[in-house]
Write a protein that binds this ligand. Structure first.
Ligand code: SF4
Length: 159
């Protein structure tokens, strides 16, 4: 069963997209320095097609992408919800997985991030990061991780 803790509209999690990010709970990973330990607990509200319909009715016109943040304990269910969103809203979808490798369900999303959080290597915007973000297309998977450090550099130059 997919459950979520909260959601927010975000701008930097998926390059060039305005994203409704839904934080899923019951994370099976135990990354050192975890930024969201509350998401490891089996708590929250059930996320199903009906709840997605409500969220899409409320926020669907404000965003271009819906991102499932986590959900590694129920990857097949998350992928089915992604297919539902793509079919019924026309939005792109993304998945932030804490797993090491691209999952078998990766083609059911438009973007997939993989890699556990490692404090010494940093997140996607770190030049040393172990994490990767892929854009999924008919041709395969394009690694777009470098776009995160560019965003950070641009922000530094602008401020
Ligand atoms: S995947 Fe995210 S929520 Fe899960 S343990 Fe790692 S940092 Fe924490």
């Amino acid at each position: 069963m997919v459950k979520f803790y909260n959601y927010d509209i975000v701008f930097q999690e998926v390059p060039d997209e305005v994203t409704l990010a839904i934080n899923l709970t019951n994370c099976p990973h135990r990354c050192e320095g975890c930024h969201s330990p509350h998401l490891r607990k089996d708590v929250g509200t059930v996320l199903n097609e009906r709840v997605l319909d409500d969220l899409l009715a409320k926020y669907g016109r404000q965003v271009t992408c819906l991102c499932f943040m986590g959900g590694d304990s129920v990857p097949t269910e998350v992928a089915k919800l992604s297919e539902y969103v793509r079919k019924h809203s026309g939005l792109k979808t993304a998945w932030y997985s804490g797993g090491e490798k691209l999952p078998g369900t990766a083609r059911m999303f438009d973007y997939v991030k993989v890699g556990p959080y490692m404090p010494l290597k940093g997140g996607l915007d770190s030049e040393n990061t172990n994490q990767r973000m892929y854009k999924v297309s008919g041709d395969g998977f394009r690694d777009i991780t470098r776009l995160f450090s560019k965003t950070k550099k641009r922000y530094r130059e602008d401020t």
